[in-house]
Design a protein around this ligand. Structure first.
Ligand SMILES: C[S@@+](CC[C@H](N)C(=O)[O-])C[C@H]1O[C@@H](n2cnc3c(N)ncnc32)[C@H](O)[C@@H]1O
Length: 216
C-alpha cells in the first residue's frame, strides 16, 4: 500500500478515538451560524463535515490539504453525508494559503502533527490563518496529548507515558519548541489578540462502543 494510503487508513482508524473529544470542542467553540470557515490540513475531511454541520445550511467550510487522495476521500464523504454544498475541498500548502486576506470568519486546524513532521512550524500555520481570517474572527488550533492509565503497573505505566504516545516529540525530527506547551506563544507570535488555551479531556476505554466506532 503506498504511504499516502497508509496515512489515510491510520487517520481513519484514529478518528474513532477522536470523535467524542472533537465533537465536544466543536460544541464549545460555538462557530457563528452562516459563517465561512477554513479547516487547514483537513485530512480526509471527516471533521470538516462536523464543522459544516455546526455552521448550518447557510454556512460554508473550505477544507485545505496538501494530499490529493485525502481531498478525494473528503469529497466522497461530503456527498455521502449530503453536505457537498456546504464544503469545498482545495489542495494547498499551509505555508501559503491560496486565499485572499480576510476571506474567512474563522479558521480551524485539527491535529496538525503532519506540519511538524514536514518541518513547518505551527506558528507559520497560525500566521497564515490570522491573515485569511477577518478582524474580529477566530483562529483555533487543536492538539493532542495522551496519558495512559495502567492501574497496578506503575513502572509500565510510567514507561508508556514517557514514550512518543505520552509526550511530544511525536517524531524524532520534531523540535522542542514545536511542543504543544508552547501553543499560547505561537498564537501571540501570529499577532492574534486575546490568545487563550483550553484543555479538553476524553476517556477512551476498550472495548470501543459501536456508537463510537461507526463511520460517518
Ligand atoms: C494528522 S493529519 C490531521 C488531519 C485532520 N485535520 C484530522 O484531524 O483528521 C495532518 C494533515 O496535515 C496535512 N498536511 C501536512 N503538511 C501539510 C502542508 N504543508 N500543507 C497542507 N496540509 C498539510 C496532511 O496531509 C494531513 O492530512
Amino acid at each position: 500500500m503506498p504511504d499516502t494510503e497508509k496515512s489515510l487508513r491510520r487517520l481513519e482508524l484514529s478518528n474513532v478515538l477522536r470523535v467524542p473529544v472533537i465533537l465536544n470542542v466543536i460544541d464549545t467553540i460555538k462557530l457563528p451560524p452562516g459563517g465561512k470557515g477554513l479547516d487547514a490540513g483537513c485530512g480526509n475531511g471527516f471533521f470538516a463535515l462536523m464543522l459544516a454541520e455546526a455552521v448550518g445550511h447557510s454556512g460554508h467550510v473550505n477544507g485545505l490539504d496538501i494530499e490529493e487522495l485525502f481531498l478525494t476521500r473528503g469529497s466522497a464523504l461530503a456527498s455521502q453525508a449530503e453536505l457537498a454544498e456546504r464544503i469545498s475541498f482545495v489542495r494547498g500548502d499551509v505555508k501559503k494559503f491560496p486565499f485572499k486576506d480576510n476571506a474567512f470568519d474563522w479558521a480551524v486546524s485539527i491535529d496538525p502533527i503532519g506540519y511538524v513532521i514536514l518541518q513547518v512550524h505551527p506558528a507559520v500555520l497560525l500566521k497564515q490563518s490570522a491573515r485569511v481570517v477577518k478582524s474580529g474572527g477566530m483562529v483555533y488550533i487543536l492538539m493532542w496529548s495522551l496519558q495512559i492509565m495502567f492501574l497496578g503497573y506503575p513502572t509500565l505505566e510510567a514507561r508508556l507515558n514517557a514514550t512518543t504516545l505520552g509526550v511530544a516529540p511525536f517524531d524524532e525530527k520534531m523540535k522542542p519548541d514545536s511542543h504543544y506547551m508552547h501553543a499560547l506563544g505561537w498564537l501571540k507570535q501570529a499577532g492574534l489578540s486575546e490568545a487563550k488555551a483550553q484543555t479538553f479531556v476524553g476517556d477512551i476505554n476498550p472495548p470501543i462502543s459501536k456508537e463510537n466506532s461507526k463511520p460517518w
